[in-house]
Design a protein around this ligand. Structure first.
Ligand code: MN
Length: 384
């Protein structure tokens, strides 16, 4: 209902973008986090603030998993693209036209979905704040208000990892776990993972993420062992382009195949679905170019009967809020999520960090993304 003494003209007042500020932060982790090609001890974040002529400040962040190894982008590259190419395009535009601006950003920053996602996120936050509604309401409403979180286990010894998983299980926090693979020789890698999964597989679900590090022959040799050990999901065993091999291997195993590096854009989603190369899409705000892109990729998944999983790029509570809002808006996010970023970071840069309960991430309330920046923390972690 329209507030008293307010005309429709006033409700539709544009939010003209006046400034776009970016700052690089480096935030320590609670423990080192290992990927197939590198181990990180801190996460770098590009904090973005969009201020409108009405004084609304939209907040977004850009993150990558530790560096440009994953998809070619870095926080440093994002800052350059936003400051020099995206900001001049958006200054003076109406932040409320977020879908339109997302499309225009693609024209000036092709192949830079991570950079565009930081802006898209801040635009959605500004939209929500300007009308006093949480972002999930602007995205068409929510299908759920919490999402089970898969926990990423560390890269320690088998005994230490089993102990970590057991602690999580027994405290009722997490019952789905992900193990990173691909950093060591396949024989040792598979033996390690199999020992962990066989020890706990009757109490928990396990996925493994190879981050595109095997070729088809290696996968043909070693996937049967992972299947036999009881692994539930294998994420991106092969390079992103090798969809025909993924389809062949998927046919031969009961393992569910999750596509991550293979699915960034809507057209990627079409190609993977047409190739029958995945059971599940990992959708991520950063790689999909923002919340707008996540919804579009999820629609392609829905139209092919493919499930969605809410992936992470190791976000602070800002990116985690954005992801939770859009993931809760997806009808078929049946595989849960891995929004553990705030649990892996040793500190946060907001006054109201992400809330978790019983292993689920809880959807916050707005307006916008419902987050308040802690300026002292931003100053503390700003790169000098
Ligand atoms: Mn992945």
């Amino acid at each position: 209902m329209r507030p008293e003494n307010t005309t429709s003209q006033e409700l539709l007042i544009p939010q003209l973008i006046e400034t776009i500020d970016t700052v690089l932060l480096d935030i320590p982790l609670v423990r080192p986090h290992k990927f197939s090609v590198l181990t990180i001890e801190s996460q770098s974040v590009l904090l973005v603030r969009i201020t409108t002529n009405a004084g609304v400040v939209g907040i977004g962040e850009g993150v990558v998993p530790g560096g440009p190894w994953w998809g070619g982008e870095s926080v440093e590259g994002m800052q350059a693209i936003i400051d020099r190419y995206i900001a001049p395009l958006l200054i003076g535009q109406d932040a409320m036209c977020v879908g339109h601006l997302s499309r225009r950003m693609q024209r000036v920053a092709a192949g830079a979905p991570f950079a565009r996602s930081a802006i898209d996120m801040a635009l959605w936050d500004a939209c929500g704040k300007s009308v006093g509604l949480p972002v999930w309401q602007l995205l068409g409403g929510r299908h759920r208000a919490e999402i089970p979180v898969t926990w990423a286990l560390g890269a320690d010894s088998v005994d230490a990892v089993i102990a970590e998983a057991t602690t999580k299980l027994e405290s009722g926090q997490h019952s789905r776990f992900k193990l990173k693979m691909g950093a060591t020789e396949p024989a040792a890698d598979v033996a390690r993972v199999s020992a962990i999964v066989e020890s706990l597989g009757d109490r928990a679900l396990f996925s493994v993420d190879l981050n595109a590090s095997w070729d088809e022959a290696t996968a043909r040799r070693w996937l049967p062992a992972l299947d036999a050990a009881g692994v539930d999901i294998v994420e991106q065993p092969l390079p992103s382009w090798n969809l025909s091999a993924a389809a062949r291997l998927r046919d031969q195993h009961r393992l569910k195949f999750m596509a991550d590096e293979s699915v960034l854009s809507v057209s990627d989603a079409h190609r993977v679905a047409d190739a029958h190369a995945a059971d599940i899409f990992s959708v991520k705000v950063a790689k999909c170019g923002g919340l707008t892109g996540v919804q579009r990729v999820a629609t392609i998944a829905e139209s092919h009967g493919i499930a969605c999983f809410g992936g992470t790029t190791i976000e602070t509570s800002i990116g985690t809020a954005a992801a939770t809002h859009v993931f809760c808006s997806l009808p078929d996010l049946t595989a849960g999520c891995e929004l553990f970023g705030p649990l892996l970071l040793a500190d946060d840069i907001v006054e109201n960090p992400t809330v978790y309960a019983s292993g689920n991430v809880i959807l916050g309330e707005g307006p916008g993304l419902g987050i308040a920046i802690d300026e002292d923390k931003v100053a503390k972690y700003a790169r000098r």
